[in-house]
Write a protein that binds this ligand. Structure first.
Ligand SMILES: Nc1ncnc2c1ncn2[C@@H]1O[C@H](COP(=O)(O)OP(=O)(O)OP(=O)(O)O)[C@@H](O)[C@H]1O
Ligand SMILES: [Mg+2]
Length: 269
């Protein structure tokens, strides 16, 4: 399972070439993608700039009201996914784009109304269409893998009662990797991995012992926190190899498999 971070934008040639190499060697590869950057860009183009909600605990998240969900889905399914499918096809693969709603493969439950600050005003937000993943059915992805295709999957997920819901792409990748009993979960983004100091790219944490995950989570901020949490949960729940790695390298997937980036381990060494 390779998660191609939305932070990478067009920088995905190296990852696609690696995925093609793994598939040529007989590996079954599933790709999950994010798209935060492109969603922000499209929202600005549509004159509905992305808004952020800040929870009482200080956590920031995308305020996904109905127009924002519409823009997010257009960006993910209309821009990011076709670009990735095209790039993988160019690398010689038979790639197929899907989202969580296809075949009801990833269902979610909407986050209940909660107090948050939006545009400087504290309020109870009731119209946010985001949620937490409820169930993952790997059947559709397995069917495609069996047919020799490379599935390219992404949020949104499906709430059967409400429709589409925004869910975090790292959690999506983690949960799908568990449902598929994947051997590897490689999460590529625009940083070398977990950094001790986000401003210093040389401050890479090479190993995170899962017993110390909560300590690392306490220290992590912003968008790294959910990444670390998703990856850590996948490792603890049974994905044997979980790596946060730099997607900007020439050969990012092979580098991650060879030990680059932040690897989850058991036990302090
Ligand atoms: N301790 C940290 N180490 C590394 N990156 C960090 C840290 N804290 C915050 N970050 C930020 O996390 C970002 C990566 O997360 P981000 O969600 O932006 O990318 P992504 O997950 O690839 O994109 P998407 O969510 O759209 O798929 C980095 O660009 C960096 O700015
Ligand atoms: Mg992210």
């Amino acid at each position: 399972m390779i998660k191609v971070g939305g932070s990478l934008g067009a920088e995905m040639t190296g990852a696609c070439a690696d995925i093609a190499e793994l598939a040529e060697q007989g590996g079954e590869v599933v790709v999950v993608h994010g798209g935060g950057t492109e969603a922000d860009r499209l929202a600005a183009e549509l004159d509905r700039p992305t808004r952020t909600m800040t929870a009482p605990n200080g956590r920031h998240s995308r305020y996904t009201d109905a127009p924002a969900l519409d823009a997010l889905a257009m960006a993910m399914l209309g821009r990011v996914k076709p670009a990735l499918v095209t790039a993988l096809t160019g690398a010689g693969l038979r790639a197929v784009g899907l989202s969580g709603i296809d075949g009801s493969q990833v269902t979610a439950r909407r986050t209940p109304p909660a107090r948050a600050v939006v545009d400087g005003v504290e309020q109870v937000v009731r119209d946010d269409f985001s949620g937490r993943i409820h169930q993952v059915d790997p059947d559709l992805v397995l069917t495609l893998l069996g047919g020799g295709y490379v599935p390219v999957v992404s949020p949104p997920a499906l709430d059967p009662a409400l429709g589409m819901l925004n869910v975090d792409a790292d959690r999506f990748a983690a949960r799908l990797s568990l449902a598929l009993a994947a051997d590897w979960l490689i999460i590529l983004s625009n940083v070398p991995g977990l950094l001790r100091d986000p401003a210093d790219p040389t401050s890479l944490v090479t190993e995170v012992p899962c017993e110390e995950l909560s300590r690392y989570l306490d220290g992590a901020g912003g968008r790294m926190k959910v990444k670390l949490q998703s990856a850590g949960e996948a490792f603890v729940a049974g994905v044997p190899h979980v790596v946060l790695a730099d997607g900007r390298l020439d050969s990012p997937v092979l580098a991650a498999r060879a030990g680059a980036g932040t690897t989850f381990v058991r036990g302090t060494r």
